[in-house]
Design a protein around this ligand. Sequence first.
Ligand SMILES: [Zn+2]
Length: 253
Amino acid sequence: MPKHLRLWVAIALLPTYCFSQSKAVESLQAFGVEYGVEISIQREDFDTEAAGYRVIGKAINEEGLESYAKLWLSEFRRYPIDVFKKAKVKKVILCTGLQVNEQIRAAVPAFDLDAMYYDTDLGAKNPSYQRSVVHHEFFHMLDYRSGQMRKDPDWAKLNPSGFKYGDGGSKMRTSGVGNLTKEIPGFITRYGTSAIEEDKAELFAHLMIDPEFMAERVAADPFLLAKSELLRKRLEALGLSELLESKATILNR
Ligand SMILES: [Zn+2]
């Protein structure tokens, strides 16, 4: 095709291309450009072999994507635009039917792939669960990059004496373990007791989405106060302290 004709074909097709994109897809792509991260909307099933684990998932469905995109974007827009660079995340994959080693997951921080996977359908009936997942899983990425995700003596010593973590998040999958509780000193969910990395991610996620509950808990529990202070210091070092201060008042003094 001659060069000038190619140009005309491209121009003629442009409106079709633009208008065939859904609002959600457009907003996600615009976010990706602004935040310097590739947002990949999974259009077919996949099976990805990573370092010692396997991520599988299915194509998104348009309806689920529409509502999930709104929620996901409203949570991620609370972060500064260089946050993906800080977390070394190059790609976010939105899909359904997400699993790691055949275990169902709402999201996966794939450290070795510099990628995050989010399931757009799982927990769709419980938006506050989906919101907490957005931050919980992203925190794992930040924590991993800091080199202290699983080995973190400064954090461990803030626990009540004699406390021991469980066998890891993947071993604690019963329903209700993620519910907020006032019954466990130093913890806000039972899931947080499963492993040190889950403890940190749970605390961060709920400081982000449940500031009132957290304010009450932190005021009443010196273990949680100390953990929240350490978390705030770490976020400050990453240039992310405003995250908590903008919405939660507890750490803002
Ligand atoms: Zn986790």
